[in-house]
Structure formats: structure tokens, C-alpha cells
Design a protein around this ligand. Structure first.
Ligand code: IMP
Ligand code: MG
Length: 173
């Protein structure tokens, strides 16, 4: 594969610190509750692993995997579930955890699908948000960073399956 040059957008220590803050916020907001953290594979799994460790509550986790059809650089509203949750979520306090929100199509589709399964509550937590690219409105409750319209990689986010393991958020020029 052609090697691309990756530049640092958000340093590892800044990502880690912000995730810790999000975990503290969730800990405060969910006192007395046992939230179920659901991440969207594959990218969201990295963020979830760090976030879960900074939430000081009895949490459980689950995973969902989806792919969205569209053209190559942009997703669409047609989201297909590749792997569903391992458990019902009715009555649960669900936090949907995703690496990045771009057009919003993917999260919107999954959010709507989970909502009709009657959770007690459902909120969305994203590490990165590219607000300038949004096509559909999505109720994001927790947000790590707003970023400009760059193609980012690292911290779970890939370019053709590469770079997910970078410990910082970078971008490809
Ligand atoms: P959305 O449906 O347009 O919001 O797209 C969300 C998904 O597109 C994310 O879960 C990522 O998999 C992918 N994506 C969006 N922006 C980027 C990016 O800058 N780099 C890599 N993947 C991205
Ligand atoms: Mg993704």
C-alpha cells in the first residue's frame, strides 16, 4: 500500500485527558445507574475501552457492527447491521459510543434502530465531531473534540483499515 504522511491533529495526552473528562461527566450524570456502553465497531471499540475505564460506575459493554453504503468517501442512510448486540436493551440506560460523527447517517440509523427497542434512555458519545459535514441531525450528548473537515486517522479510526492503532489523532494530507 502507498504510504501516506500522517500529521498530528490531537496529541495522545490531550486525547487521553479529554476521555478522562468525558468519563467523569458520565459518572456524574449516571449516579445510581448502571449504564450499558455500546460501541460501534471497529473504530468505536478503541474509544470505548478507554472511556469505560474512566467511568466509575457499574457499567456493562456491548458491541454492534454496521456498514453503510454510499459512495466511497461518504456514508449514506442505508446502514446494514453486520453484528447485532448480544442482549436486549429494554429498560437499560444506553450510551452509544462512536469514534467520529461526520454526515451523521451512521449514528442516526443506529440510534433510531436502538431507540425502538425501548431502552430506559439512550445518549450518544463521540470522540470527534466534524460539524461542517453534517447532513442529518443527531442528538450528540457527549463530545470529545470538534474538528475541521480533515480526513483523520488513529485512535481506532482508519484509512483503508490502516492506522487504527495510532495513539493520537492524526490527519492525512
Ligand atoms: P457518518 O455516517 O458520515 O457520520 O460517518 C461515520 C463513519 O465514517 C465513521 O464511523 C467512520 O468510520 C467514517 N469516517 C468519517 N470521517 C472519517 C475520517 O475523517 N477518517 C476516517 N473515517 C471517517
Ligand atoms: Mg466507524
Amino acid at each position: 500500500m502507498e504510504e501516506k504522511k500522517v500529521k498530528v491533529l490531537i496529541k495522545e495526552e490531550d486525547v487521553k485527558r479529554r476521555i478522562k473528562e468525558l468519563g467523569e461527566e458520565i459518572t456524574k450524570d449516571y449516579q445510581g445507574k448502571k449504564p450499558l456502553l455500546i460501541s460501534i465497531l471497529k473504530g468505536g471499540g478503541f474509544f470505548l475501552a478507554d472511556l469505560a475505564r474512566s467511568v466509575k460506575l457499574d457499567i456493562t459493554i456491548d458491541y454492534i457492527s454496521a456498514s453503510s453504503y454510499g459512495h466511497e468517501t461518504e456514508s449514506s442512510g442505508n446502514v446494514r447491521i453486520l453484528k447485532d448486540l448480544a442482549q436486549p436493551i429494554d429498560g437499560k440506560d444506553v450510551i452509544l459510543v462512536e469514534d467520529i460523527i461526520d454526515t451523521g447517517y451512521t449514528l442516526k440509523a443506529i440510534y433510531d434502530m436502538l431507540k425502538i427497542r425501548n431502552p430506559h434512555s439512550i445518549e450518544i458519545c463521540v470522540l470527534l465531531d466534524k460539524p461542517s459535514r453534517r447532513k442529518v441531525e443527531v442528538p450528540v450528548r457527549y463530545k470529545g473534540f470538534e474538528i475541521p473537515d480533515l480526513f483523520v486517522v488513529g485512535f481506532g479510526i482508519d484509512f483503508a483499515e490502516q492506522y487504527r492503532n495510532l495513539p493520537y489523532v492524526g490527519y492525512i494530507e
